[in-house]
Structures are given as C-alpha cells and as structure tokens.
Write a protein that binds this ligand. Structure first.
Ligand code: CUA
Length: 379
C-alpha cells in the first residue's frame, strides 16, 4: 500500500475523505478487538473456577453505566458524522462540473463527451476540474459497475437508468477503470484507462478527437482493386484492437464465432450470412445492427472506425472475398452522407484535420511510451 501518497498528497478530496473514514474505523475496530479480547483473556484467567470465591450481588453502578452508554454513543455518532460528511461530498457534484457520459456494455466501456459530441474507449479529463460521470447501460444489457479505485468512486451502471458519480483529480496521471460487478464471461476484461492530463493537453486531445470523428471521408484512392484489404495505417485506426475490444467476445479472436458458439457469426460461414461480405454491408451491419439477432448497432463508432472494422472482419474471410470498389465507397457516402460531416461549432478543413490527426502521437509521448497497446486508438 502506498501510504505516502495516501496521507501526504491525496489524489482528490473524495480520496482523502474515504481514506480518513476507512482508517479511523479500521483503527477503532482494531482497538476494540484487542481491548475486548485481552480483557476476556484476563477475565478467564483471573476468574478461573479454581480461584473463584462467592461474590456479593451487584445491583448497579451509576457511573459505569453512564460511561458505557455515553462513550459508545459519542463514538458511533462521530463515526456516522465522518461517513455522512464523506457521503455528502461524494453525492454533491460541484456546479459547473464537466460531464462525461459512460455506457457499460458486455464487455467494454464507452465514454461520450456531450459538449464535443465525441466518443472514446478510454477516458481523458483535465486536471483540477470536477468531472461528473453520468453512467448507464443499454436497456438489453446487464448491470455493471463503474469503478476508479484510485479516486475511491464506484457506481452501478444499470440498464435503462442513469446513475452518477464525480471526482476531481489534483494530479495528472494514468488510472485504472474497472467493472466491479460480475457481468458475464468477459467481466475481467472490462477494463479501461483514465488519463488525467493538463488543461492544454486536454484541449489538444479534444481537437484531435473532433478532427478524427468529423474528418470528411475521402475514399478516392483508398479503393485499390488489387489490394482488397488495406492496413490500419491507411486510417490511423488500430482496427485489430477495436475488434478485440468490441467483437472478439462474441465472434471469437479468429472470427470463427467461438466467443458465443452457435449465436455469433463465423465470418467464414458465408452461405449463412444475412448480408454479403462487401464493405458496404459490413458497414451497414455496424451502423444499424441486424434485427432479430444479438448483433446490435454500434453508433459510437465513427465512420472511419466502421470502415476499418469492416476491413478487419474481411481479413478473416479466406474464400469468396468480394473486392472493394470505388462504387462501394460511393454508395456508403451517398447513403450515410459521409461527405457532409462537420464538427460541432467549427468546420475543420481536411488539411487541418489531417495535421491534427498526424500530430496527435506527439501530444502524449508519455502515454505512447507507457501504454503502447492502449494509446493512439481510443477513437
Ligand atoms: Cu461489466 Cu463486470
């Protein structure tokens, strides 16, 4: 246990309050355990039958009774006060707190920033800023629990209902986010990261996310009939990681449906596909889901991520892969108006968007270095 951090520089006011309550009650419990146990042992020895003598009948002792009523009452009232003070702090969100909406799904976390309209698979917030986290789960999902141990905050994600918690970090850093409610097969994999960064880095991150999300889709040149599968570098999206986080639980790591056998599609079982393996059909499936099956829509994916995931899925197909054509992309652009996307508040020119996207890797060098597997692809 990192006692130095806990007692000298708490990460947040909530951390300090919770640790205070925990430590006070821990020490009081230990004191009572030792006091009662030692007294008991002393009495067992002192009043052993061999040494016993006939005692006179004791009718009562006023001050002894006053003491054992007043002292414990004061003690538990004080314990209640410490807990109540912490409870008030935890449940009272400071005015003007920034809002992040969290959705817990089997088996991933999704973070939505309503002001900017962006979604991320990891959480990034500025330091010294109160953050209200509004938590929910899709109506057809199960109960999860959003837990940031370092900040001592935890709240259930209940399907169809909104709960909340808040925290404010006094330091920058990387912190674990866990699911603390057993929610099925991959409960233990339901892990994400909280990045607390400086105000300036947060601004850069938001800009990069907006640029990434609202970047107009330029499909010309991407459709190479000789190369029906293009790599993640073409989109600057780690589609393999997206697949692992969102698809592998059901479709299996190798795309053979082994995650939920008999329920999830084996990508090689072409005759049973409800749609073709054209990129357009996979995109539609990701955008809209397939009615009457467990394949739900993923509206939190950007168009680029859906295209990247489409190609990731196509990598699993060994036979009968239909090549990607310019017409496919034209069809997608027309149906989903992908050429008309604009960021909230400002329209970013393509060149500026690309500059922001390619510059992003340099904005968080410490993240890149410490979390090679996590960084760079959270949306
Ligand atoms: Cu979600 Cu455990």
């Amino acid at each position: 246990m990192d006692t130095v951090n806990q007692f000298s520089t708490p990460l947040s006011d909530i951390t300090a309050e919770v640790d205070l309550a925990f430590n006070y009650m821990g020490w009081i419990s230990l004191f009572l355990l030792l006091g009662i146990t030692l007294t008991m042992i002393f009495f067992v020895v002192r009043f052993h039958r061999g040494r016993a003598r006939k005692t006179k009948q004791i009718e009562g002792h006023f001050w002894l009774e006053v003491t054992w009523i007043v002292l414990p009452t004061l003690l538990v009232t004080w314990m209640f006060w410490i807990g109540y003070r912490g409870f008030l702090l935890i449940r009272t969100v400071p005015e003007g707190a920034m809002v992040v909406k969290v959705t817990g799904m089997q088996w991933s976390w999704s973070f939505y920033y309503p002001e900017e309209g962006i979604t991320s698979t990891e959480m990034t917030v500025p330091v010294n800023t109160p953050v209200k986290v509004e938590i929910t789960a899709p109506p057809d999902d199960v109960i999860h629990s959003f837990y940031i141990p370092d900040f001592r905050v935890k709240e259930d994600a209940v399907p169809g209902k909104e709960t909340y918690l808040w925290f404010e970090s006094k330091r920058t850093g990387e912190f674990n986010i866990f699911c603390a409610e057993y929610c099925g097969k991959d409960h233990a994999q339901m892990i994400s990261m909280l990045h607390v960064v400086s105000e300036e880095d947060y601004g850069k991150w938001i800009k990069a996310q907006i640029a990434r999300k609202y970047k107009p889709l330029e499909f010309a040149g991407l459709a190479d009939p000789d190369d029906p599968v293009f790599g993640p570098e073409d989109l600057n999206i780690d589609s393999a990681r997206l697949y692992r986080n969102y698809c592998a639980s059901c479709h299996g790591a190798a795309g053979d449906g082994s995650g939920l056998p008999g329920v999830a599609r084996d990508f090689n079982d072409l005759p049973n596909w409800k749609k073709t393996n054209r990129i357009t059909d996979i995109y539609r499936t990701l955008a809209e889901g397939i009615k009457g099956t467990q394949m739900r829509a993923f509206p939190n994916f950007t168009p680029w991520e859906k295209v990247a995931l489409g190609h990731q899925v196509r990598r699993f197909i060994r036979e009968g892969l239909q090549p990607v054509t310019e017409d496919d992309y034209a069809e997608l652009v027309a149906q989903y108006e992908l050429d008309k996307m604009q960021g909230p508040g400002e329209t970013i020119p393509v060149e500026k968007a690309i500059e922001l996207l390619t510059g992003e890797a340099g904005d968080r060098p410490e993240v890149e270095a410490a979390q090679p597997d996590q960084a760079g692809s959270e949306q």
